[in-house]
Design a protein around this ligand. Structure first.
Ligand code: OGA
Ligand code: MN
Length: 222
């Protein structure tokens, strides 16, 4: 049996310096933006996978289990596909995220317990208005991770992620959704939005959660 290279090479030393940079950024400012940081092989494989994923595998994204369709479509118009690990590419991604999780738990004592993630496809005109990934006190999503899967992205292509500081509506850091960029931020502290994309835009968004299970309620994975 042959082991796919993309899986066999997981665990490289390059990642440790990236993970260390992410940990330091999170500790100091709560967010971390890293262009050209995702291991190339993993990024290429995820990008190819997302681009060939049949449109039927994507579903309209929601903003909460109980929210209605019209409210959803006002806030976001992208389509998503959860990553379950049924493909080797998905497995390689989940393995990489687990290594990041372990690294951050060792360095920052975050107690990250589970991880969930999905591909997202924004068609021309699609957006995701300003939102939080988690609400204070709900202690569910602790850390958000976003990676981009677009080999080329020009200044007129729109679709930037804007990461705001909590108390500012206007001051934000703009991130170009270019292949290989890895963004990590504290889910409860940074409202953010995706500006309307002018061409097809592929990304992965993922969240680490702490375990909020107790005797009478088992925390679902998503
Ligand atoms: C999200 C999100 C950002 C992006 O899916 O919650 O904020 O740049 N995505 O795709
Ligand atoms: Mn978000």
């Amino acid at each position: 049996m042959t082991t796919p290279i993309s899986v066999a090479r997981q665990g490289g030393f390059e990642d440790d310096s990236l993970f260390a940079r992410i940990a330091t950024d999170i500790e100091i400012k709560g967010f971390s933006i890293n262009p050209a940081a995702l291991p190339h092989e993993l990024g290429d494989s995820l990008s190819a996978y997302a681009h060939q994923l049949h449109a039927a595998k994507f579903e309209r994204a929601g903003i909460g289990r109980a929210d209605d369709f019209f409210k959803n479509s006002f806030v976001r118009s992208d389509e998503i596909c959860w990553i379950t690990g049924e493909s080797l590419t998905g497995q390689a991604w989940l393995t990489w995220c687990l290594r990041l999780q372990r690294f951050l738990n060792r360095r920052l004592f975050l107690g990250l317990f589970s991880f969930e993630s999905h591909f997202a496809h924004y068609k021309p005109g699609d957006f995701y208005k300003r939102h939080f990934d988690a609400f204070r006190g709900e202690a569910n999503r602790v850390l958000s991770v976003v990676v981009y899967l677009n080999p080329a992205w020009g200044p007129d292509d729109g679709g930037e992620l804007v990461l705001y500081s909590e108390d500012s509506d206007t001051q934000g850091v703009k991130v170009t959704p270019l292949q290989g960029t890895v963004v990590v931020f504290l889910s409860e502290e940074f409202p953010h939005e995706v500006l309307p994309a002018h061409r097809d835009r592929y990304s992965i968004a993922g969240w680490y959660r702490v375990n909020t299970s107790h005797a009478t309620k088992v925390d679902p994975p998503r």
